[in-house]
Design a protein around this ligand. Structure first.
Ligand SMILES: [Zn+2]
Length: 422
């Protein structure tokens, strides 16, 4: 039997507590679309869909004519499927994990180390840092997507220090003054910002819980009296506090940009960039790693020293956090989200209603293809037989194989593809 190099996958669902519930979740909708027999429980969270070979969620091969049952097992058997450059650069492993996220309540504020720091942390504290790899991430909004990302411009932080005395109390007079007087001097500002953030993160729990309760009480009363609480970022504060009462992360909204992505917009989270996802559905792609340093909105371990040392203290506007995507010069249907790391690139493929036959071009990398909208019959010389691709359908495509789509839906088709363009 000749070798099959293109096949459909059944992907792992993660039911983390922060996920959207039942069919409100884009993840659940995609699961049902890909498998009409799948049972979605109406009161259960459907947080993440994992499309890849990660040992905690290795995709199942949806074709019992193939001897291996999971994608990870299959790649271990046929590493050439990765493409020769990817295979050599990433030691025979698929370098990325492709996901869909449906976020109902905020995920922890976090940052991921660069490769050098990851190796050091893993050697010192393997219980907190499980591997030696970096973890750059890209989030592309499917629905309006809210998050926190990077330090705000200094004038915004100074504005909150003035308007929110409870926040000022945690940062302290000296550090706040240092930040105020640093304006205009980038190096001094970075240092002062680090001092301010470290002061806040190192506060004793009793101190910050008292200040937080005071702040929540004040903002609630102001809101009830019909006052505008935007100078205290009141709505977001109350929302996060209701999800994580007494958590230091509630104060981080005064340091970090609140970023809202419209569908199709993306944010790239490079090394040491503080970030959190708050609400919405997105496509996510990341390097294969579990290294996360947390800064709040969590019940997990917070490593304050590592966190405060590693962060990127470069203030910048919320709009500058939106990652510029570009249209592929060789294919008008493709939008490229190509971050400055070799591990992954994401492509959005939009086949217009007027096009009935579309070829997913071959690339010199294994790739994973996900249907978000539309139906097609997929044909490839490297597949056993034609594959019906509907919303939620996932296809593994080996390096240097192309796939022909015969589009059945009247309104065209939208797909996302992850690969590694070294
Ligand atoms: Zn992250």
């Amino acid at each position: 039997m000749e070798e099959v190099r293109v096949f459909p996958l059944t992907c792992a669902v993660q039911n983390y507590a922060w996920g959207k519930i039942g069919l409100d979740s884009e993840v659940a909708k995609l699961v049902v679309g890909g498998d009409p027999l799948a049972v979605i429980e109406g009161d259960k969270p459907y947080a993440e869909l994992w499309m890849g070979a990660h040992p905690k969620g290795d995709a199942q091969i949806k074709d019992n004519r193939i001897a291996q049952t999971t994608l990870g097992q299959w790649i271990a058997h046929y590493p050439a499927c990765l493409g020769s450059k990817v295979k050599d650069a990433f030691q025979g492993q698929l370098p990325f994990l492709f996901k869909v996220l449906s976020v109902n309540t905020a995920l922890s504020i976090q940052a991921h180390p660069n490769k050098e720091l990851a190796a050091t942390l893993h050697a010192q504290f393997p219980e907190h840092y499980p591997d030696n790899n970096h973890k750059p991430e890209m989030a592309i909004a499917l629905t309006r997507f809210q998050g926190l990302c990077g330090f705000r411009p200094v004038d915004e932080i100074l504005g909150f220090l003035q308007a929110v005395p409870e926040f000022h109390a945690l940062v302290g007079w000296d550090a706040a003054e240092e930040l105020r007087s640093s304006v205009g001097d980038e190096v001094r500002t970075g240092r002062a910002l680090k001092k301010c953030f470290t002061k806040m993160m190192s506060c004793e729990k009793k101190v910050f819980v008292d200040e937080l309760n005071e702040l929540v009480k004040r903002v609630t009363q102001e809101g009830a009296a019909g006052k505008d609480t935007s100078s205290s970022n009141g709505d977001l504060l109350l929302r996060l506090h209701s999800q994580y009462p007494g958590d230091i992360g509630c104060f981080s909204i005064y340091f970090l940009n609140y970023v809202v992505l419209e569908p199709g917009q993306a944010m790239f989270l490079g090394a040491n960039e503080p970030h959190a996802y708050i609400y919405g559905d997105c496509i996510e792609c990341m390097a294969c790693s579990d290294n996360t340093v947390r800064a709040g909105l969590t019940r997990k371990y917070i490593d304050v020293n590592t966190l405060c040392e590693m962060l990127n203290y470069k203030p910048a506007s919320a709009s500058s956090k939106i990652f510029p995507c570009v249209s592929d010069p060789t294919d008008p249907c493709v939008t490229l989200y190509d971050p400055p790391v070799p591990d992954f690139t994401v492509m959005k493929i939009q086949v217009p209603a007027s096009v009935k036959d579309y070829t997913v071009a071959s690339v010199d990398s294994a790739s994973i293809l996900l249907v978000i909208e539309g139906d097609a019959t997929a044909t490839s010389t490297a597949a056993f037989s034609d594959v019906t691709m509907t919303r939620g359908g996932v296809l593994f495509v080996s390096a240097n194989e192309s796939v022909s789509l015969h589009v059945m839906s009247q309104s065209g088709m939208t797909l996302f593809r992850a690969c590694s363009l070294l």
